[in-house]
Design a protein around this ligand. Structure first.
Ligand code: PDD
Length: 284
C-alpha cells in the first residue's frame, strides 16, 4: 500500500509522524473518506470542498487547491491499483506538530497531510431479495454540538458505534434529547413512509453527507420518489415502512431490524430498491 505524507509517496508502513502532532494529542484535524469503484470516484469534488470548508472552519491553513487535491487523490488511487478494483481513500489534515502541548492554535506550524487507500466492498446487488440487510440499535446522541464538522476527534462516534457493534449490529442510530432522529454513528439516516423518503435537515446535529446529497439530488432529478428534509421523530422511525443509512462506504444500506423489532414488514423495501437503482446510475 502506497501512502501520501506531506508531499511524498511512500510505503504505508514507512510513514511516520511526530507524537506531538495535534491530530494525535487533541484530535485536532479534518478527514474525508472517498470511494472509488473501478478507478472512478464518487462525489470527489464535493468531498474535497467539504474538507476545504472544514479546514477553514477550524482555521487550519489549506495550501492545496481543489484541483490539486483531485490530482493528488486520483494519483494515489492509480498507485494503489494492485490493491483491487474498489478502493476507499482516507485523507487526513491535522494542525501539525507543535514543540509544546498547548491548547491554543499555534502559529507557524505546518499542517500534517496524510492519505492512504484501502480495499472496499463491491456495491450491494440492487435486487432487494439478494441485498444484505442491517440491524441497528438506537441510543441518545451524546456527541458534541458541531457534528457538521468532519473532525478526526471521533471518540463520541466510536463509542456509539461500539454500542451497536457489541449488540451484534452494523450501526447505531442516534436521537437527540427531544427524541428526534439525528443520524447513525458513521452514516446519515432516512425513513420511508407511504412511499416518501424523509431525512433529517442538514444542521449542526449531522454531517452533511456526500452520499446523502447524491441520494437527495438524484431522487429529485428522477422524480418518481418524493423526498422531504425535515425533523423526524423516533416515534416516526418506529412506525416507518423502511429505514436506511448512507455513507461513502455503505452507499445506501437497508435496515430491517431496530432495537430487536422488525422495521416495517421486516424485509428490505421496494423503495430502497428503486432508490438504490436511481442512486447507482447517478453516482459517477
Ligand atoms: N463516515 N455521518 C457521520 C457521522 C459519518 O461519519 C459519515 C461518514 C456520514 C456519511 O457521510 P458521507 O456520505 O459523506 O460518507 C454521516 C465515514 C465514511 C467514516 O467515518 O468512515
Amino acid at each position: 500500500s502506497i501512502a501520501y505524507l506531506n508531499g511524498e509517496y511512500l510505503p504505508l508502513e514507512e510513514a511516520r509522524i511526530s507524537p506531538l502532532d495535534r491530530g494525535f494529542l487533541f484530535g485536532d484535524g479534518i478527514y474525508e473518506v472517498i470511494p472509488y469503484y473501478g478507478g472512478k470516484s464518487v462525489g470527489l469534488m464535493p468531498h474535497i470542498n467539504r474538507m476545504i470548508n472544514g479546514l477553514a472552519a477550524i482555521e487550519i491553513q489549506n495550501t492545496i487547491s481543489a484541483d490539486d487535491w483531485k490530482a493528488l487523490l486520483d494519483d494515489l488511487v492509480a498507485r494503489n491499483a494492485s490493491q483491487g478494483e474498489n478502493l476507499g481513500v482516507y485523507v487526513h489534515v491535522s494542525r501539525g506538530a507543535d514543540v509544546k502541548r498547548f491548547h491554543a492554535y499555534p502559529e507557524d506550524v505546518a499542517p500534517t497531510v496524510f492519505a492512504f487507500a484501502f480495499p472496499i466492498k463491491d456495491p450491494q446487488p440492487v435486487d432487494r431479495t439478494k441485498a444484505t440487510p442491517m440491524s441497528m440499535i438506537s441510543t441518545e446522541d451524546l456527541r458534541w454540538q458541531r457534528c457538521h464538522i468532519k473532525s478526526t476527534a471521533l471518540l463520541g462516534n466510536v463509542m456509539h458505534f461500539q454500542q451497536g457493534y457489541a449488540a451484534g449490529c452494523g450501526e447505531t442510530l442516534l436521537f437527540n434529547a427531544k427524541g428526534e432522529l439525528t443520524e447513525g454513528s458513521s452514516s446519515n439516516a432516512y425513513i420511508v413512509k407511504d412511499g416518501k423518503v424523509i431525512t433529517p435537515i442538514q444542521d449542526n446535529q449531522i454531517l452533511p453527507g456526500i452520499t446523502r446529497r447524491i441520494i437527495i439530488d438524484s431522487l429529485k432529478a428522477e422524480g418518481s420518489i418524493e423526498v422531504e428534509e425535515r425533523i423526524v421523530t423516533m416515534d416516526e422511525v418506529r412506525e416507518a415502512d423502511e429505514l436506511w443509512v448512507s455513507s461513502s462506504s455503505k452507499e445506501i444500506a437497508p435496515v430491517t431490524s431496530l432495537d430487536g423489532k422488525p422495521v416495517g414488514n421486516g424485509e428490505i423495501g421496494e423503495v430502497w430498491e428503486k432508490a438504490f437503482k436511481i442512486y447507482s446510475s447517478a453516482k459517477f
